[in-house]
Ligand binder design. Structure first.
Ligand SMILES: [Fe+2]
Length: 278
């Protein structure tokens, strides 16, 4: 039924002026959106990874945070990530005072020791070590007293508490930048206190904070609300980079799940951008 009004102007032109060479190309073009688009199956998350994907957020160093517990766990995770399609990983153990009391020196020591102990294939995958810094008042003291570990150049991975942002958020961001670092906020979609106040995302972007989306948000691993905000941030082109935030095998296994977001194109673009950290 719906085709009839579309066809009528073409068929009404009269036999003498009927030109099939005009109609055939018109109908042979693949429509950009068809009713069948709705039924197109969503890809698995691992199928979206670009060749040479570099992961910039992982808890893969053994025994220094809530990620891999032993060297065997590190090796098993790296093997699994390689199978999924990861090319390289940057290890980013937590620096979280009173819970994970890591220091730049301690993280680099563990990184070098792990590199020595791993076999050649795994060693090659473990590209570099930095940290995921919890930003709070204690972080401010660290920032003013010692250099931070960066992902590359001046990029520093930061996170906030899931309960509330730090009271001195603006001052901390300002001090990070004053020290010459580029703040990269881990998993902005996971801060529930911003879900009802998405203007705060714009405010942070205006403060030149870059955003790193967790890839597992795109399969609904953290729930539908986080997936919805992930979709929003992608749609608004606010996501600069992505990361796995892998801690254990369950996280790695979720790469076999279907991506559920609408913003597939933007997600692919953000994944491609990670090549910067290679
Ligand atoms: Fe993390």
């Amino acid at each position: 039924m719906s085709d009839i009004p579309i066809l009528r102007p073409l068929l009404d032109v009269g036999a003498e002026s009927f030109n099939p060479t005009f109609i055939i190309p018109l109908f042979s073009q693949r429509p950009r959106y068809s009713m069948f688009s709705f039924f197109k199956p969503k890809p698995l998350l691992k199928e979206l990874l670009p060749t040479h994907y570099i992961d910039i957020h992982s808890h893969i160093l053994p025994g220094i945070d809530d990620g891999a517990k032993t060297l065997e766990h590190t090796a098993a995770l790296l093997s699994r990530l390689q199978l999924i399609g990861f090319s390289k990983c940057i290890a980013t153990p937590h620096t979280l005072p009173e819970i994970w009391e890591n220091t730049a020196e301690g993280i680099m020591h563990t990184f070098q020791q792990t590199q020595t102990d791993l076999d050649k294939t795994h060693r090659h995958m473990l590209h570099h070590a930095a940290s995921e810094y919890m930003i709070n008042e204690a972080f401010l003291i660290r920032l003013l007293s010692e250099p931070l570990l960066t992902l590359k150049d001046n990029y520093v991975l930061i996170e906030m508490s899931y309960l509330n942002p730090p009271l001195a958020l603006r001052e901390i961001i300002f001090e990070i930048q004053l020290k010459g670092y580029q703040p990269l906020l881990a998993h902005p979609e996971r801060y529930l206190f911003y879900h009802q106040d998405t203007k705060m995302y714009e405010t942070l972007k205006k403060m030149d904070v870059q955003f790193q989306l967790n890839l597992l948000s795109s399969v609904g691993y953290y729930g539908p609300e986080v997936a919805k905000v992930a979709d929003f941030l992608l749609k608004e082109n606010m996501i600069d980079f992505v990361g796995s935030d892998v801690h254990h095998m369950r996280h790695a296994a979720a790469f076999d799940h279907k991506m559920i977001l609408k913003s597939e194109r933007q997600l692919r673009t953000a994944m491609e951008k990670n090549v910067f950290f290679g």
